[in-house]
Design a protein around this ligand. Structure first.
Ligand SMILES: Cc1ncc(C[n+]2csc(CCOP(=O)(O)OP(=O)(O)O)c2C)c(N)n1
Ligand SMILES: CC(=O)[C@@H](O)[C@H](O)COP(=O)(O)O
Ligand SMILES: [Mg+2]
Length: 634
């Protein structure tokens, strides 16, 4: 039972706590985190790891004045608990409840709504710069960034800029040796070497003490010794990479020791110039199963009883998510064709590609959280004759817009984009819904852009894409995939599939809501409405040959897609109609309107958007009623 937490209405309440109370608070926060994941899936291990760091930060700084950004934002739960949101904590990630990421609408202590990694150093630099120019140069700006997020290109762009900053910049590197999967790459190795620093292992103190006994001034022997001292010190001094960039490096230090953290935070607070404090933490700290398996416990399913966890995982793995179909289809083409490679930007676990990592060794690439690099890298591979499959979530691929344009589309290179989480991602919310990929892919010449209507179609699209000599993009959502029974028309470039023809109206579906559209049409048939149903398959090339006649002949047309209406499939249809001089005033587009959709339950959100069978049927009935009225008044 939490004793201290309920009384904390703001971080000010921490200011009188002694060390024992701060430690107790850490224990209480961990209990609350454990209770939360007992009820629902949520980010867990990362939050367990930053409890002490969060407490020490709020105890040292005044973030009503000072600035704090948690990079990515998935580790923000302890911060929410000490900034007055304990009472609402059990609403976490539910509709209308607390968001699983920082949210300025919830609290002035959350400055940016984030969920994508790597922006924190840039944004706090902007805040520091703004504060300085506004005459608040005494404020401090703190970015807490994980070792997984650190290799993002943007972080190095910020570091490059840091020494010019007027204002107080503090970067806390939260090094837990993990991204979602074990971190990879040269920066990871560098952090490993820094961890070997005697400063952290405890030897440095002794060596520096000994060196300090060497006299600096005096005769030539002393001068030689002084030089030796500086040389040895340089060798001992970790973080040269940062120092060379003009950023002071301090650490590494133990990130689970509150008094030690406070001591070092006080030190960096008084430091002039940009400073990086390297803090070593354990992902999952305080809950042994999470510390032992931080990959699984990054976002575990609800842990009802610890013993049941692995069983849950089996269920999850056994379910037929689109992700599984994509993974299996990619594996199959990799077995058939040695030129096919697969790339992930640190999302091996979410895309379920761990078996591919094991099976394909040299043809599997985890680039870290570096989406822009990944796409340009894939372009290079394609130019060299390979067939790269870039498997990135729709929302994170936004980071590579320019590489998709210049390195891939402009060169017309055969890179395949498999865009997972395209659509509503539910509890993660607006930072993670994959809403914009239809637009950002279809606008480029040379691109072939498609979406499967069901499970087997995804497999067919992957097979098709690796054989095409152009860039291709395939989108699919975070949900289980159904197969719709029918005489399946073979997949053909730029060709839609007409499921059924009716004279009362038409539904044209782009992507995985096809099963819902199909159900809607069956429901409508029971009402006596005979509706055409089209599985569009491609938004580009657009099948004007099939779709425009349907537009001409149908009393109404409803387009269905799980993506932004602006730039989406329905918009493409309207553009085609306008260009061909076909009347489209009877077209109703269903999709995601021009708003940021909040977090919640997937089915519930889709229902609100009228993207489920009931919603589609309702819209069709309304339109059919309007049409009847129009025709009877003539
Ligand atoms: C641009 C972007 N790509 C991928 C992700 C998915 N993602 C979320 S957290 C995470 C790992 C972050 O590792 P780290 O920063 O070390 O934090 P930790 O979980 O270890 O605390 C990844 C890959 C993301 N949020 N943003
Ligand atoms: C913080 C983050 O970006 C990821 O952890 C994300 O929440 C993963 O989403 P999935 O759970 O859909 O893989
Ligand atoms: Mg990490």
């Amino acid at each position: 039972m939490a004793e201290l937490l309920p009384s904390i209405k703001s971080p000010e309440d921490l200011q009188n706590f002694n060390t024992a109370q701060l430690n107790q608070l850490a224990t209480e926060i961990r209990e609350v985190l454990c209770n939360l994941v007992a009820t629902r899936t949520a980010h867990f291990a990362s939050n367990l790891g930053v409890v002490e760091l969060c407490i020490a930060l709020h105890r040292t700084f005044d973030f009503e004045q000072d600035r704090l950004i948690w990079d990515t934002g998935h580790q923000v739960y302890p911060h929410k608990l000490v900034t007055g949101r304990y009472d609402q904590f059990n609403t976490m990630r539910t509709k209308g409840g607390l968001m699983g990421y920082p949210n300025p609408n919830e609290s002035p202590y959350d400055l940016f709504m984030t969920g994508h990694a790597g922006a924190s150093v840039s944004t706090v630099m902007g805040l520091a710069s703004g504060d300085y120019l506004a005459g608040h140069g005494d404020r401090h700006a703190v970015a807490v960034i994980g070792d997984g997020a650190f290799p993002c290109g943007m972080v190095f762009e910020a570091l490059n800029n840091a020494k010019t900053l007027k204002g107080n910049l503090i970067i806390i590197l939260n090094d837990n040796k993990m991204s979602i999967c074990p971190r990879v790459g040269g920066v990871a190795d560098y952090f490993d070497r820094l961890r070997m620093n005697p400063f952290y292992t405890g030897f440095k103190h002794e060596i520096v003490k000994a060196l300090n006994m060497v006299p600096v001034f005096g005769d030539p022997t002393e001068r030689f010794l002084a030089q030796l001292k500086e040389g040895v010190k340089a060798g001992l001094h970790g973080g040269m990479l940062f120092e060379e960039l003009g950023v002071n490096y301090i650490g590494p230090i133990d990130g689970h020791n509150i008094p030690l953290l406070r001591k070092y935070l006080e030190m960096v607070k008084s430091q002039k110039g940009p400073t990086l404090l390297h803090v070593v933490t354990e992902k999952g700290h305080g809950y042994d199963p999470a510390a032992e398996d931080p990959v699984y416990y990054h976002t575990p399913p609800a842990i009802c009883k610890p013993g049941e966890v692995k069983e849950e995982e089996t269920k999850r793995e056994g379910s037929k998510a689109y992700t599984n179909y994509a993974r299996d289809a990619i594996a199959a083409v990799m077995r058939r064709n040695e030129k096919v490679t697969v790339l992930t930007a640190a999302m091996c676990q979410g895309t379920k590609m761990e078996p591919l990592r094991e099976e394909f060794g040299e043809r599997f690439f985890d680039t870290g959280i570096c989406e822009s690099h990944t796409v340009a890298f894939a372009a290079g591979q394609a130019k060299a004759g390979l067939r790269p499959v870039v498997n990135i979530y729709s929302t994170f691929l936004q980071r590579s817009f320019d590489q998709v344009f210049q390195e891939v589309a402009l060169q017309d290179l055969p890179v395949v984009f498999t865009m997972d989480r395209a659509g509503i991602t539910a509890a993660d919310g607006p930072t993670h819904h994959g809403m914009y990929d239809v637009g950002y892919m279809r606008m480029f010449p040379n691109m072939i852009v498609m979406a499967p209507g069901d499970a087997d179609e995804l497999t067919a699209m992957v097979d098709f894409a690796v054989e095409v000599d152009h860039p291709t993009a395939i989108r699919y959502p975070k949900t289980n995939a159904e197969n719709i029974k029918r005489d399946r028309a073979p997949l053909e470039l730029g060709k839609a599939e007409v499921f059924r023809r009716g004279q009362d109206g038409a539904v044209i579906c782009y992507g995985a809501q096809l099963a819902e559209a199909n159900k809607a049409v069956e429901m409508l048939a029971k009402d006596g409405l005979d509706i055409t149903l089209v599985n569009a398959r491609f938004v580009k090339p657009f099948d004007a040959e099939t779709i425009l006649p349907i537009l001409r002949e149908s009393p109404f047309v409803v387009t269905v897609e799980e993506g932004a209406l602006l730039t989406g499939f329905g918009s493409a249809l309207l553009e085609e109609a306008a260009d061909a001089g076909v009347d489209a005033s009877h077209v109703k587009r269903l999709g995601i309107p021009d708003v940021f959709v909040q977090h919640g339950d997937r089915a519930e959100i889709l229902a609100e958007l009228q993207l489920d069978s009931l919603g589609i049927a309702t819209v069709c009935r309304e339109l059919a009623g309007v049409q009847r009225k129009v025709s009877s008044s003539h």
